[in-house]
Design a protein around this ligand. Structure first.
Ligand code: ZN
Length: 179
């Protein structure tokens, strides 16, 4: 083994942010392939996605960053099942990022989704799913600009999980209203 040296001038203590809910905003958006920026970023299975880096806004952990939050934008899983877009809809809903519905062609705007109610079963909507508030189409298709994801702000659920090397790191568990 060669003998190495490491410069410790920027070696801060590596600590986890405790699990909980924090106000945070997006400080980086990766939406293109790192080897070919003309291609969208995709999962290994080819599903489109973005990776977000978040920064905590306030409190003891202000300025701390949580990187590589993966937000799936569509496509299918390796097993061929459609990927759930609940996280994408939550992100748009709670950050107020503009979107428009391709079913009713409403203008791109910051708007809350309509969340299906138990009473909507008769019109084919599922309780708790995200729908366009203007047309309540049972199979909505939406459009948005990932360029608007930069700076988006909401509450985030922070958790920790183990990486491949068994070291724990923080990740984003979900999005919610600002505290
Ligand atoms: Zn609509």
């Amino acid at each position: 083994m060669p003998r190495l040296s490491s410069d410790l001038q920027d070696a801060g203590v590596y600590t986890l942010i405790p699990n909980g809910r924090y106000n945070a905003h997006v400080i980086a958006v990766r939406d293109t392939d790192k080897n070919d920026i003309s291609k969208p970023l995709t999962s290994q299975g080819g599903a489109p996605m973005v990776q977000l880096d978040w920064e905590i806004d306030e409190g003891e952990y202000a300025k701390r960053q949580i990187r590589f939050d993966t937000l799936m934008l569509g496509g299918n899983s390796k097993e061929g099942k459609p990927i759930s877009l609940g996280a994408l809809c939550s992100f748009l809903h709670f950050t107020g990022t503009p979107w428009s519905c391709m079913d009713c062609n409403n203008t791109e705007a910051s708007r809350k989704f309509y969340l299906g109610d138990i009473a909507d079963n008769t019109i084919g909507l599922k309780k708790g799913n995200f729908y366009c508030p203007d047309c309540k189409s049972p199979k909505p298709r939406i459009t948005y600009d990932t360029g608007n994801f930069m700076g988006a702000r909401c509450g985030v659920g922070v958790a920790s999980r183990k990486g491949n090397d068994d070291r724990e790191f923080n990740n984003i568990k979900g999005y919610t209203d600002l505290a």
